[in-house]
Design a protein around this ligand. Structure first.
Ligand code: NOJ
Length: 579
């Protein structure tokens, strides 16, 4: 009896130490693996050349087979299609190109039946200039939606030049107001002569007020003025509308953009933390809110989001690990080698400093997430990095780092960036990463039965292109490797979202990178050598020799010597050890 009591106590203790670190976050989040789908490019079900929701439903078994547990859909709302769906005309209705609201509800039902959550994109900061709200707001100042937008009556002069005597604070403020000035759009609308946009001209900013309204600028309302408060109610309404239909949460587009002239983001943080988060947490405790903010120290640690991204944008990014000397494309850009390239010419320091700052800032409050890619920047399979073994090394990194993994659709098979893809739906260069999925050997790789010229974005014409069908048939494929990694993550809590992380190797010798993950007494080391050359590293002596539990290495050797523990690993290899 006594023994049983202690056993129960022990099990309860383990459950506590393995549970999500932040009790405020949804219980399912710490074990989640997201799969991001750009809906126009995943699966077309009605033969018009564009992907849709019934198409996604038809691929749910495959999605489940990868081992992911949640889907994030890029916007599916009625849109003007000048920015890939981020110019929303009707926030309460699914765009015809994707189907109906009922199709989305059916997707949620079928995903849930497979244990998969569904997260939508919430475009919180702007709408389309074709939305009912904007069309009404531009008419006159006293209609229902008039104050949903910002209508400056003149364009102020730029701020004081900090080089001529201003303080650093002035400089930050001036930068913020200069960047706001760049968002003034001239218009001949009756409410003109200007409105403020958030991104493209077709995306007027929604009015959540100004951090410090300038009395000389009558259009700058306080955050708690009636207009901005009505805007907040509308946002909550949109959230509730979809949450009540079964959605599991949102990825919030440009979440840091809501309050204007807010250089340190304190007013935007306050709005999220004190109002939207409190409300959301009490209404939907199992719902997730993912920030697109690119600064988890603000979005997660302060504003209360469950997680935020660390990838291509903002000051905190992984450019030095993955990007070929530039963010997208450009004819004159000089190409410098990222860390993840066979050249072995990259470094870790830039990334390490940025990442550890963010990692330390959010620990225990939520997650810093490094996605394999997304709809805004080059895919991981791009330029010099197209060899499946290189992609396996990169995937080992993405799927064994702390935080919640995000796999961008197709990255699991090595879907290749198409630098020649023509701009589509306002994508610009981003079309190259929004290419349709490649499924099998049938016409248009099984994506659509439409004539080839109708396909949303041209697919890779290479007859040797990788498809899901080929990847399934090859036990050595990236797809099987990714499945194996996700299985390992499940099996070993030390590889999971909440396990602690530390770099074990030195920044002075970047190849191989060795990091340690620890959780509840379990300890793993991940060894990554993206370079083509075999490398050796000497690390402080451990008491025991670890066991190899995963990787794509040709050779990997662990020796305990008098000088320390020596790991030798072949080129383009990853290895995972467990102590
Ligand atoms: C970020 C989205 O990821 C991007 O695709 C979009 O163009 C902008 N926000 C504007 O909504």
């Amino acid at each position: 009896m006594k023994k049983l009591f202690f056993l129960i106590l022990l099990l309860a203790g383990c459950a506590v130490c393995l549970q999500a670190q932040n009790p405020k976050q949804p219980s399912w989040l710490s074990d989640a693996v997201f799969y991001q789908i750009y809906p126009s490019s995943y699966q077309d079900s009605d033969g018009n050349g564009i992907g849709d929701i019934p198409g996604i439903i038809s691929r749910l078994d495959y999605i489940q087979s990868i081992g992911v547990t949640a889907i994030w859909l890029n916007p599916v709302y009625v849109s003007g299609w000048t920015d890939g769906g981020y110019d929303v005309i009707d926030f309460y209705r699914v765009d015809k190109r994707f189907g109906t609201n009922s199709d989305l509800v059916e997707l949620i039902r079928q995903a849930h039946a497979r244990g998969i959550k569904v997260v939508m994109d919430l475009v919180a900061g702007h709408s389309s200039d074709q939305s009912e709200w904007f069309l009404q707001s531009k008419e006159a100042p006293d209609l229902r939606y008039s104050d949903y937008y910002i209508w400056p009556s003149f364009k102020p002069e730029g701020g004081q030049n900090p080089a001529q005597g201003g303080s650093l604070d002035d400089a930050v403020r001036n930068n913020a107001s200069a960047s706001l000035l760049s968002k003034f759009v001239a218009t001949d609308a009756p409410r003109g002569p200007y409105y403020i946009k958030n991104f493209f001209d077709t995306q007027p900013a929604l009015n959540f007020g100004f951090a410090n309204p300038d009395p000389g600028h009558p259009w700058e309302q306080t955050v708690d003025a009636p207009g901005p408060m009505a805007m907040r109610r509308e946002l909550k309404n949109i959230i509730s509308f979809w949450m009540d239909k079964g959605v599991d949460g949102f990825r919030v587009d440009m979440a840091s953009s809501l309050v204007k002239n807010d250089p340190d983001k304190s007013a935007t943080i306050k709005l999220w933390k004190d109002d939207l988060m409190k409300w959301f947490g009490s209404e939907y405790p199992e719902g997730v809110l993912i920030a697109e903010w690119f600064n988890p120290a603000q979005s997660v640690a302060q504003a209360g989001f469950d997680l935020d991204f660390f990838c291509h944008d903002g000051q905190y990014n992984y450019s030095s690990l993955f990007f070929y000397g530039r963010r997208g494309f450009g004819p004159n850009a000089t190409v410098t080698m990222p860390y993840f390239d066979e050249a072995g010419a990259g470094g870790l320091k830039t990334w390490y400093d940025l990442y550890t700052y963010q990692y330390d800032a959010v620990k225990g409050n939520g997650y810093v997430c490094m996605p394999t890619g997304n709809h805004d920047f080059n895919r991981v399979c791009t330029e010099g990095r197209t060899n499946p073994e290189e992609l396996k090394v990169a995937m080992t990194f993405f799927l064994t780092m702390p935080g919640v993994p995000f796999i961008y659709y197709g990255d699991e098979i090595g879907l290749k960036q198409n630098p020649a893809a023509p701009s589509t739906d306002g994508s610009g260069f981003r079309a190259g990463c929004r290419i349709p999925m490649l499924w099998d050997a049938s016409a248009n790789a099984g994506f659509s039965t439409a004539p080839i010229e109708k396909i949303y974005i041209p697919q890779d014409p290479d007859p040797n292109r990788m498809t899901v069908e080929k990847a399934e048939a090859d036990q050595n494929s990236l797809l099987h490797y990714v499945r194996g990694l996700l299985q390992l993550r499940k099996e070993f809590p030390a590889l999971g979202a909440d396990a602690s992380w530390k770099l074990v190797s030195s920044l002075d010798q970047p190849y191989p990178m060795v990091y340690e993950r620890t959780r509840g007494g379990e300890r793993c080391w991940v060894v990554l050598n993206p370079s083509a050359k075999a490398v050796t590293v000497t690390l402080p002596a451990e008491t025991a020799k670890p066991e190899l539990i995963g990787g794509n290495y040709k050779k990997c050797n662990y020796r305990q010597t008098r000088k320390g523990d020596v790991i030798s690993i072949s080129g383009v290899s990853a290895a995972i050890y467990k102590f």
